[in-house]
Design a protein around this ligand. Structure first.
Ligand SMILES: Nc1ncnc2c1ncn2[C@@H]1O[C@H](COP(=O)(O)OP(=O)(O)OP(=O)(O)O)[C@@H](O)[C@H]1O
Ligand code: SF4
Ligand SMILES: [Mg+2]
Length: 382
């Protein structure tokens, strides 16, 4: 793939905030960007429809996911972004069948048209881990510390295929080569603690792709790594996506990661999608104040904008006692009585672009949507 692809210059009318984030992402993904990778196909691989997940607890029912829907096409990268506790992991664990037994799950999760939630357990098991694979944030908790890397990779093959162990080990070596681990033959005999954090995350990628999946769910795959290693891992993910022809669900709290990685972006707040669109639409034309708030709170390459960041004030709501109306209303600078009395539905605000906000028109008219979160500096406050 060409490493000489010039970065796409931001359009002149783009708000400074979005341009900064995109520029930063392009710098991080200097060697490989989404533009270098194979485009998505029309084929629908994974369709999640009105998924809800609740956990009964002593304090009340936690409404962790309150109705998420999305479609993932072959080779597409869909970014799911939101603050801690917004339901990103719970919704993807539901796809993987990894939720605790007390979770109440409703809706449908269809893999190539077959509903995973109503499928026989044996059929579910054969799909999950093979056709739908997951990369977790912390490889140390996913890898067994007392077994060699080769053993663990071979086991992942043997769990789904009746092949000789030698063949499974051969596949393991091939995968380590593919994810860029030097001397793969020798490294098969190493243990997880003998690898650096970045190398371990490469092993997790190898584990995820070893059975040729159609979908890779990457849940904060680079949060524990420093920025340079993070960029290498993300580039590797884009590369392997094309090698195995997989789609990626990229879960992160970091909009900077999504900017260089995702074709489309879904923003979650309090268990629900609040904005969905192409990554450019979400970055350049946010129509939900929470998205604008997230964009405004990302540091730019040159440092903080106007000398300071614009964080979103307040904290996410309790998922047991949600506020009436729009759950973002206690933190939203645009909130009105209408917002406090009725929760907005996701509605079309452009082609393929949806937002859940009573006042998305106000954002559409604003020159810089992030400015609504502007907090006066010491000079102005006086
Ligand atoms: N087993 C459980 N029982 C009760 N509540 C749970 C359980 N698992 C998750 N939750 C709650 O569900 C909500 C959504 O959690 P989730 O892990 O999906 O958040 P997240 O968006 O992935 O956050 P983070 O960025 O911190 O990973 C949180 O409020 C969490 O406390
Ligand atoms: S509906 Fe109202 S409170 Fe909610 S995000 Fe839109 S403007 Fe803010
Ligand atoms: Mg999570």
């Amino acid at each position: 793939m060409s490493s000489l692809t010039p970065p796409v210059p931001p359009a002149p009318s783009v708000p400074e905030t979005a341009a900064n984030v995109i520029e930063a992402a392009e710098e991080v993904h200097a060697a490989r960007t989404l533009a270098d990778s194979r485009p998505p196909a029309d084929e629908e691989i994974l369709t999640v429809e009105n998924l809800t997940v609740e956990f009964p607890t002593d304090d009340g029912v936690v409404r962790a996911v309150r109705g998420i829907s999305y479609t993932l096409h072959a080779r597409e990268v869909l970014g799911i972004v939101g603050e801690s506790g917004s339901g990103k992991s719970v919704s993807s664990m539901a796809v993987m069948g990894l939720l605790p037994k007390n979770a109440r799950i409703r809706g449908s999760i269809r893999y190539r048209g077959q509903d995973l939630l109503t499928m026989r357990p044996n059929d579910q098991r054969s799909l999950r881990g093979r056709k739908i694979a997951m990369i977790f944030q912390d490889p140390m908790t996913s890898l067994n510390p007392v077994r060699s890397i080769g053993d663990q990779l071979a086991e992942a093959v043997l769990a789904h295929h009746l092949v000789p162990r030698k063949q499974a080990l051969g596949r393991a070596k091939e995968m380590l080569d593919l994810v860029g681990i030097p001397q793969a033959d020798r490294r098969l005999r190493s243990y997880p603690h003998e690898f650096s954090g970045g190398m371990r995350q490469r092993v997790m990628i190898a584990m995820a792709i070893i059975n040729d999946p159609d979908v890779i769910i990457a849940d904060e795959p680079t949060t524990a790594l420093d920025v340079t290693v993070q960029a290498q891992i993300l580039e590797k993910l884009l590369e392997v996506k094309d090698e195995v022809n997989a789609a990626i669900l990229m879960i992160t709290h970091d909009l900077g990661v999504i900017a260089g990685m995702a074709h489309r972006t879904l923003v979650m707040y309090a268990g629900k999608p609040v904005e969905v669109g192409s990554t450019d639409q979400v970055f350049y034309e946010p129509r939900m104040p929470y998205t604008a708030g997230l964009l405004g709170s990302i540091p730019s390459l040159e440092g903080e904008r106007d000398g300071r960041l614009r964080p979103i004030g307040g904290t996410p709501p309790s998922l047991i006692h949600l506020p009436a109306g729009c759950p973002f209303s206690p933190r939203c600078p645009l909130a009105t009585d209408e917002c406090r009395s009725g929760e907005p539905e996701l509605a079309a605000v452009g082609e393929g672009h949806l937002a859940a906000c009573h006042h998305s028109d106000t954002l559409a008219e604003a020159e810089d949507a992030t400015a609504f979160f502007h907090t006066p500096g010491p000079e102005e406050a006086r």
